[in-house]
Design a binder for this molecule. Structure first.
Ligand SMILES: *Cc1c(COP(=O)(O)O)cnc(C)c1O
Length: 406
């Protein structure tokens, strides 16, 4: 009998770059493709499931350990801690609730302010609001795209309780400066490392500097579990409290006895099974991404744009190969040109202070400019040299065509 739910027959691994993503089925532009365009659609992202993912998931099914109990959860957590050097970790069901759990564990009251870069994914800001605190937005640095420590200093008030550093697109924030500020003003430091598995600052993995750090394992993140996340704490008491809240605040020795407003933020054994297999391949995934970034760097040389590269003291994990075009008016036409050539791109996030539900006073010119000029190019680990070359060729053809001169 035919399995009617399957729509991806013969199309290879599912493309789960996000809700706007097009079908995985090869898409050939019916009109005319720019010269050098690939004949099949190149998505922004596609998870790399080339290790023991299937074998481990089958072990879950065969053993019937499919919920959050089962051996893979602990194995995944232990492997994650050993790879990153994180002191204390607990897995959760996505990167957003990881942030929420960290914030709820620290505990914030109405009026408390948490400093966060306006140029970030909305989850960083939503969870601050959900935790009852007020986000205070700061600008980013033009060169690294990361939170600007000088602007953090300027925004500190007597109400400031914490700084949330977001390591954006695989790059690292300036941790020495941020750690110093947080010590000087007695602030919690939370690191949103959703986009920064494999990212180092001065040889130390990000997520090990702050009081809390969080990771995401969504399908398009460097390491995936489908949906998933990790909470990292520097201090064991913090982790124990986070674990308590994650598991419905149930007493460890008295059944159905709950002593706080808890959550069910647990990761399933199936997700952890995928994650363990991913971590076993982490170094080869990171190596492939570094290679892809180097190909782009070479292929895009001399064009009126800049690739977000690597900076002194940091190791970029190149979650995304991100570029900023010099002229903001060129960004959308370039995206359209690439789309017509079967190449998916994504714009850089809108600055969160401009979103309707987070609207805040103030201007953040660097974040605004990066947001208007930035785009992400296909960045998945299996991307071939041929595909990267095709993307670069199409970008060159755009600038040669004069389409950028309106
Ligand atoms: C992906 C992401 C998150 C949220 O992770 P989910 O697993 O999608 O909930 C949070 N912050 C940043 C910066 C992200 O990129």
């Amino acid at each position: 009998m035919r399995d009617t739910l399957r729509t991806d027959e013969g199309a290879g691994p599912a493309n789960i770059a996000g809700p706007q993503t097009r079908s995985q089925v090869a898409y050939v532009n019916p009109i005319s493709s720019p010269r050098g365009a690939p004949s099949a659609w190149i998505p922004l992202y596609r998870p790399y499931l080339c290790g023991k993912e299937k074998e481990y998931v089958n072990q879950c099914l065969d053993s019937s350990w499919i919920s959050s109990r089962g051996a893979f959860v602990e194995r995944f957590e232990a492997k994650f801690a050993s790879l990153t050097g994180a002191a204390h970790v607990t897995s959760v069901c996505n990167g957003t609730v990881a942030l929420h759990l960290a914030l709820e564990t620290l505990g914030f009251a109405a009026g408390d302010e948490i400093i966060v870069p306006t140029l970030t994914y909305v989850a960083s800001v939503n969870t601050i609001i959900q935790a009852g605190a007020t986000p205070v937005f700061v600008d980013s640095r033009e060169d690294t795209w990361q939170i600007d420590p000088d602007d953090v200093r300027r925004k500190i008030t007597p109400q400031t309780k914490a700084v949330m550093a977001v390591h954006l697109y695989g790059q690292a924030c300036e941790m020495d400066a941020l750690v110093n500020i947080c010590e000087e003003f007695d602030l919690w430091l939370i690191e949103d490392c959703a986009e920064a598995f494999g990212t180092y600052y001065k040889g130390q993995h990000v997520g090990t500097f702050g009081d809390f750090a969080t990771f995401s394992f969504f399908g398009n993140k460097t390491i995936t579990t489908g949906e998933g996340g990790m909470v990292v704490a520097k201090n064991k008491d913090h982790l124990d409290r986070a674990y308590h809240l994650k598991t419905q605040a149930v007493s460890p020795d008295r059944e159905y006895w709950h002593d706080a407003v808890g959550y069910n933020y647990r990761m399933t054994n199936i997700c952890a099974a995928i994650g363990l297999a991913q971590l076993e391949n982490a170094s080869s995934i990171l190596e492939k991404k570094r290679q892809i970034a180097a190909w782009y760097q070479q292929g895009l040389e001399g064009l009126p744009l800049r690739l977000l590269g690597e900076f002194p003291d940091t190791t970029n994990s190149y979650w995304m190969c991100s570029i900023v075009v010099d002229d903001p008016d060129v960004r959308q036409p370039l995206r359209d040109w690439l789309k017509a050539a079967n190449i998916e791109t994504r714009p850089v996030f809108y600055p969160c202070h401009t979103l309707p539900h987070c609207k805040a006073e103030g201007t953040h010119p660097v974040a605004q400019s990066l947001s208007a000029r930035g785009l992400n190019l296909p960045s998945f680990p299996e991307l071939s040299l041929e595909s990267v070359t095709a993307v670069c060729t199409v970008i060159r053809s755009f600038f040669r065509s004069g389409a950028n001169e309106r």
